[in-house]
Design a protein around this ligand. Structure first.
Ligand SMILES: C[S@@+](CC[C@H](N)C(=O)[O-])C[C@H]1O[C@@H](n2cnc3c(N)ncnc32)[C@H](O)[C@@H]1O
Length: 217
């Protein structure tokens, strides 16, 4: 599969994390959004986290329990090594999001630059099912992709670019009525070499649709 585990292990093996185009010393946009929807004690998962420093910041701020999932063992190893003993406070999952089956639920699902690699309809459907299953009703999903006027490739792989409305429409087709859009922002990412990439960050709430018991009050 293009963009499979071998591709990503090779990418993280070949260059240090701060040389990768998607590197952020401080993932400010993600943190700003997470602060609005997550409280300490709420379970959080970063999907396709790579070697992102988001988990470092959340640990530092006292959030948790934290789970980090990625297809690439090499990427997870970079983060674990950087965190040292603090890594023991995090649940690390090496898995492909298109086949992963969650065994617990989460209050916040964060994905920066992973969903956009899913160019096949079946992979997107699997992702949406995992998202819908993993997210607690009332919980929040933050999904950042290249914007509709962003780059057409990432890490040498083709991507699907989204305007927030198109992403909302796509997800609603895959898991009808399960996600409602709360917010959307555009973001200009500056790569380590100084190039710019346009992202969109969309925020969704997992509805109570199809759940037997609705919340009181
Ligand atoms: C562009 S990087 C973004 C990493 C991180 N989210 C960040 O913002 O720094 C994409 C990441 O998605 C991971 N990935 C790609 N396809 C995946 C899949 N099917 N399941 C899980 N992770 C995947 C890659 O290993 C890589 O770490």
């Amino acid at each position: 599969m293009a963009g499979g585990q071998e591709h990503w292990n090779a990418v993280y093996g070949a260059r240090s994390e701060d040389e990768l185009t998607w590197f952020e010393a401080l993932p400010s946009m993600s943190l700003d959004l997470i602060h609005a929807y997550l409280r300490p004690g709420d379970p959080f998962i970063d999907i396709g986290a790579g070697a992102s420093r988001l988990v470092d910041a959340l640990l530092e701020e006292g959030f948790g329990p934290l789970t980090v999932l990625d297809l690439s063992a090499a990427a997870l190893a970079v983060s674990r090594e950087r965190l040292g003993r603090k890594a023991d406070k995090v649940a690390w999952i090496e898995a492909d999001i298109t086949t992963w089956q969650p065994d617990r639920d989460y209050v916040l699902w964060h994905d920066r630059a992973v969903f956009h690699f899913l160019t096949g309809a079946e992979d997107r459907a699997s992702y949406a099912r995992a998202l819908s299953d993993a997210l607690r009703p009332g919980g929040t999903a933050i999904i950042a992709t290249f914007a509709d006027d962003g780059p057409e490739m990432c890490s040498g792989l083709p991507v699907v670019r989204y305007a927030p409305e198109a992403l909302a429409q796509e997800l609603d087709q895959l898991v009808p009525g399960r996600l409602e859009m709360l917010d959307a922002k555009r973001h200009l990412h500056v790569t380590p070499k100084g190039n710019t990439q346009r992202f969109q960050y969309s925020v969704f709430r997992r509805t109570y649709a199809n759940d037997i018991v609705a919340p009181q009050g």
